[in-house]
Design a protein. Structure first.
Length: 423
């Protein structure tokens, strides 16, 4: 006789079809576990429109959405009060969760998004096993790199550190950590911070994955051409994204490979500074800034590129690395944060982040190694495709997701949570 299906309650402040980042995590996670469990999802009213439009076209069996929110005139997250709205919404979600729990008697509660280790989740106060994460926010740019930031960037880092410190001192955050039967961290840095909050069991569980149809679409892009070498960076131009490091490294590399080009796709406050730097380094004619592009236009640039350069200094996710690997492009990144968990020696080159000058030399050396061998580019690209299909598709993750809930629902004495290990 088959065991009854577990009933799971999920809090997903960000959850929407056809989107990346945290909304994509919320949507794709729920879409996978519904095959094994009955799922109720708490989401804000702002997610109702896209979700209900999708459900009119396609049925999502075993999933029940419940929307709750503040009056629209009180606090709107679109008006720069996103985090305040999020915290107040947590209170509303808790009372909605209590009502739903009385009706459906859930076996597990899970705070899925937003994944910030320094913000509490009141679902931890329900009298059922509670999962927390995947969580990010513990990543921090190495101190030696702060000197290379703009004044704006240095201020940002100090404010971010202060906000994180205040959040970690919040009694509700510590209560959330202590009551979680399992906390999921996106990186080793965040895992250590969550453990310090008193979480009894913490594992490193990267959140990023791609839908199968997206992997197939990216896999159809043509392989890199042998007659040119183009570097590509995709993402907002922010100080912590590391484009300055990559630009300085490109200037070193360009002396020996003058026909190479560096494409930067994305807008942001660092663009004027990076454009001036390209002029100063003498590579402005080989560096092309495209600004923010639509999704299909960005994929065209990926198809025109040879490698992806992603030198982020505190990125917990790094979805673009998965997209590049799925497209057969080698990834060059720093050996920190989320990208360090995604990229392997077979699928790219990870450069240690010890100091700015060392990182620049390491990046330049990685560019030169790949530019010198098109066969190496193709071999790494093929390994990247296989790596994403086997480890970073949502269906590939489904077994791990289901084990998380099965283990959490077991009586306390027979749980098998193991700190520091993936399920």
């Amino acid at each position: 006789m088959l065991a009854p299906r577990l009933r799971i309650l999920i809090s997903a402040y960000a959850c929407g079809p056809g989107r990346g980042s945290e909304p994509g995590v919320g949507w794709n996670w729920v879409s996978e576990i519904r095959h094994s469990y009955d799922v109720w999802v708490l989401a804000p009213e702002s997610e109702r429109g896209p979700i209900e439009a999708f459900l009119k076209r396609q049925t999502l069996e075993n999933v029940h959405f419940h929307f709750c929110d503040l009056p629209h005139w009180l606090i709107r997250k679109e008006y720069g009060l996103y985090h305040l709205h999020y915290r107040v919404w947590q209170v509303l979600a808790y009372f909605a969760a209590k009502r739903l729990h009385r009706e459906h008697d859930f076996q597990v509660a899970h705070h899925l998004t937003l994944g910030m280790h320094w913000a509490p989740s009141l679902l931890a106060c329900l009298s059922i096993p509670f999962l927390w994460g995947p969580l990010g926010g513990g990543e921090r740019a190495p101190v030696l790199f702060h000197s290379s930031f703009s004044i704006r960037g240095r201020i940002y880092e100090r404010v971010r550190d202060l906000a994180r410190m205040i959040g970690e001192l919040d009694p509700l955050v510590r209560l959330t950590a202590r009551r979680a039967v399992l906390s999921l961290a996106k990186s080793a840095q965040t895992a250590s911070r969550v453990t310090a909050l008193g979480a009894p069991a913490v594992i490193i569980f990267p959140e990023a994955a791609l839908p199968e149809d997206e992997i197939k679409r990216l896999g159809l892009l043509p392989p890199p051409r042998a007659d040119r070498f183009r570097l590509l960076s995709l993402g907002r131009l922010l100080h912590w994204k590391g484009q300055e490091l990559a630009l300085r490294a490109f200037a070193q590399f360009h002396r020996d490979f003058p026909a190479s080009e560096y494409l930067l796709v994305g807008g942001g406050p660092e663009r004027p500074r990076l454009e001036r730097l390209a002029q100063m380094l003498g590579v402005a004619s080989s560096v092309i800034f495209f600004g923010q592009l639509k999704r299909n236009e960005a994929l065209e640039k990926l198809a025109e590129s040879t490698i992806l350069v992603h030198p982020s200094l505190h990125d917990s996710g790094g979805w673009v690395c998965l997209e590049a690997m799925a497209a057969g492009r080698p990834v060059v990144c720093l050996d920190i944060g989320g990208p360090a968990l995604q990229v392997t020696p077979e699928t790219g080159i990870k450069v240690p982040a010890i100091s700015p000058s060392q990182a620049e030399r390491g990046l330049a050396s990685a560019f030169a190694r790949l530019a010198a061998s098109h066969e190496l580019v193709l071999r790494i690209g093929m390994a990247g495709k296989q790596h994403v299909e086997q480890s970073f598709s949502w269906p590939a993750k489904s077994g791990s997701l289901c084990r998380l809930y099965r283990d959490a629902a077991r009586p306390r004495g027979v749980r098998r949570m193991q700190t520091g290990q993936n399920p």
